[in-house]
Design a protein around this ligand. Structure first.
Ligand code: ZN
Ligand code: ZN
Length: 354
């Protein structure tokens, strides 16, 4: 089968590899849709962060190259020995995180902090391929009425669910979201579903502002067109935001978060930020603001994400800007999301079986 394997920075190769077969406790699935994730774009440009390059991963024993792709829906085609809860033909989504369930963090249910956490598409072969094998505990049945396309959003949506939970946002809160890419648009909707009174979105690209409005943003603002802090203050009788979700992952994004955050408020940092940034700590300190980070999700948050899609509280399909074949994943996928026309894109779904 064809697969997109990660070797290193700007070195992702479409290659022929052997089809995987499920070992005991594993399930083989045929991938329907796999979404291209912002974290993969970071990996592509700056070099992969989860790829075991020098020594094998302590849990999976895997060494580079690894097949990328972790936001996917699929159909079950084969069961390994001892798999009982799943049937061939089931429509599923796969949770890519693979906690060890043995370390002290796992025993406390803090699976995303697992000492030897592995993930499908990181240190185990992922879904830019026709077939994937996954542990049975990673498999979730798709509810009737949830399409494969929508199912591919469960993974990034789980990140949004965790972020809103970690922010300790209360019902009635005034929320600001920086960045209306996929993560920002999902977080905005989860915050609204969890009782935010207003969700103000700040985004430089006009098509993404329009999408945010379509998906329920209270207001959308170009932060470069006007002084965003004063603008938000005017919209909120001087209060600004109780919680700011920073989903852009840039140094200026974090500065903007401080500007938008009201006294005693919380900044929830979700954006991937590899380089050190300088930050006006005193402004934060004097107004008693809190910064909380959030990355990934625990198992129950993945279930909550599926329930949000199933109930219609979060709408994902309008975010799909293109569906492409695996052969085109680099040119029409990664390069399209990084190139000059990137503002016309939001989420690109790859269909390996097409
Ligand atoms: Zn992702
Ligand atoms: Zn663990």
């Amino acid at each position: 089968m064809k697969a997109l394997r990660v070797y290193g920075k700007r070195d992702f190769r479409l290659e022929d590899v052997a089809e995987p077969s499920p070992r005991s406790g594993e399930v083989k699935v045929r991938v329907e849709y796999c979404g291209i994730c912002g974290s993969e774009l970071h990996d592509y440009v700056d070099g992969p962060s989860l790829l075991p390059v020098d020594k094998p991963h302590p849990q999976t024993g895997k060494l580079a190259p690894v097949i990328a792709g972790h936001e996917f829906s699929a159909r079950v085609v084969e069961l390994g020995a001892g798999v009982t809860g799943i049937t061939v033909g089931d429509r599923v989504v796969v949770r890519p995180t693979m906690p060890c369930y043995r370390c002290r963090y796992c025993r406390e249910g803090r699976y995303i902090q697992c000492a030897v956490l592995a993930s499908i598409g990181g240190a185990a072969d992922g879904a830019y391929a026709e077939y994937v094998v996954a542990r049975e505990d990673c498999i979730y049945r798709l509810p009737d009425g949830v399409s494969y396309e929508a199912g591919a959003y469960a993974e990034p949506l789980a990140c949004a669910v965790r972020a809103v939970r970690r922010s300790r946002m209360e019902p009635g809160a005034v929320v600001a979201v920086i960045g209306a890419g996929p993560i920002g648009l999902l977080t905005m909707q989860v915050a609204a579903a969890c009782g935010a009174r207003a969700v103000h979105v700040f985004e430089t690209m006009p098509p993404r502002r329009e999408l945010a409005l379509r998906l329920g943003a209270t207001t959308v603002t170009d932060p470069q067109a006007q002084e965003p802090g004063r603008h938000l203050a005017a919209l909120t009788e001087g209060r600004r935001a109780d919680v700011v979700f920073e989903c852009a992952g840039t140094g200026p994004g974090l500065q903007l978060a401080d500007t938008l955050c009201g006294r005693g408020g919380t900044i929830l940092e979700m954006g991937v930020q590899r380089a050190p940034i300088s930050f006006d700590f005193f402004a934060l300190f004097i107004r008693e603001k809190t910064i909380i980070t959030s990355q990934g999700y625990c198992n129950d948050e993945f279930e909550t994400a599926i329930a949000f899609i199933s109930s219609g509280k979060v709408r994902v399909e309008p975010m799909t800007s293109a569906r492409i074949a695996l052969e085109d994943v680099l040119d029409e996928g990664f390069e399209a999301l990084l190139g000059p026309r990137r503002s016309s894109h939001c989420k690109i779904l790859v269909s390996p079986a097409a």
